[in-house]
Design a protein around this ligand. Structure first.
Ligand SMILES: [Zn+2]
Ligand SMILES: [Zn+2]
Length: 279
């Protein structure tokens, strides 16, 4: 099987553990044919803390504008250095475009980028899903808001694949054991897929859930199959590794899941252009 990992982080993300060069070398060592480094770029924290006067958490990470430049500089250097050994993709995980679509469009139009994952880690008026206290938060309400803001992100559409759909379930179901009713969300997901398909955009199978308490990918077969059955053509697979140990983890299972949903190839991006790889 030709392995490919299109969602990973290095120390150019606030939560990454290994440097970008260590990540690329590990991808080469593991025999990956295509490898994307997609460090975080959170639109609601693009500026320095001082810019966000109403924010109450100075401990949080800000100034992603600065991190973005470092990430582009490092990735382009590594792309050049290892071009004969691996197809290395200069990507970003663009978080929370819905907080400022104008800014998100400006970032997404950067010609240095090969690939953009559009993600949602937080909705308006709430904390990041990872830092939310679910004992005092209405999880159902939060999930409903998540799908409605994901729908907004899809309508904006200036990315290549939608990142880890169903992501709040990592915390809500996986970590806290709270089950939520998806019947209301299913219609919004269907509408989101419709827009993605009309615009030639894709979704990713994020395999991080396999190695976490949740135990399933984001999203699982139900939604990957729904996307395919509706006519979706673009699917990518990524481990969402934040360290070399996790790089490539679950990708094989992710590819099998794509096949089970009816996909015959994965898609990766170079200079924002789609390339297919048979599976
Ligand atoms: Zn993410
Ligand atoms: Zn990620």
């Amino acid at each position: 099987m030709n392995l490919i990992d299109c969602h990973t982080h290095s120390t150019n993300s606030p939560d990454g553990y290994n440097g970008p060069e260590a990540m690329v070398l590990n991808a080469i060592e593991k025999g990956l044919s295509v490898y994307a480094l997609t460090d975080h770029c959170e639109i609601n924290r693009w500026f320095t803390y001082e810019h966000y006067t109403k924010h109450s958490n100075p401990e949080d990470t800000y100034d992603f504008a600065h991190d973005f430049e470092i990430s582009m500089r490092d990735n382009l250097r590594l792309q050049e250095k290892y071009s004969d050994r691996i197809t290395f993709i200069n990507g970003i995980e663009l978080g929370q475009a819905q907080f400022n679509f104008g800014l998100a469009s400006a970032v997404a139009s950067d010609a240095r980028l090969d690939f953009i994952i559009g993600s949602c880690h937080q909705v308006r008026g709430y904390d990041d899903f990872a830092f939310t206290d679910y004992s005092v938060t209405d999880a159902q309400e939060l999930v409903n808001r998540y799908y409605s803001e994901v729908y907004e992100i899809c309508r904006w559409g200036e990315f290549d694949v939608l990142g880890h759909l169903t992501y709040p379930l990592r915390y809500i179901e996986g970590n806290c054991g709270i089950s939520v009713d998806m019947s209301m969300s299913d219609e919004l997901i269907r509408e989101s897929f419709k827009i993605l398909i009309e615009n030639g955009k894709g979704i990713e199978i994020n395999t991080s859930g396999y190695r976490q308490k949740y135990g399933r990918p984001f999203p699982d077969l139900k939604y990957v199959k729904m996307f395919r059955d509706m006519g979706g053509e673009v699917i990518s697979v990524g481990s969402d590794a934040h360290c070399t140990d996790d790089l490539g983890k679950g990708v094989k299972e992710g590819i099998e899941l794509a096949q089970a949903a009816g996909f015959r190839y994965l898609t990766y991006f170079r200079k924002r252009k789609a390339h297919r790889q048979s599976i």
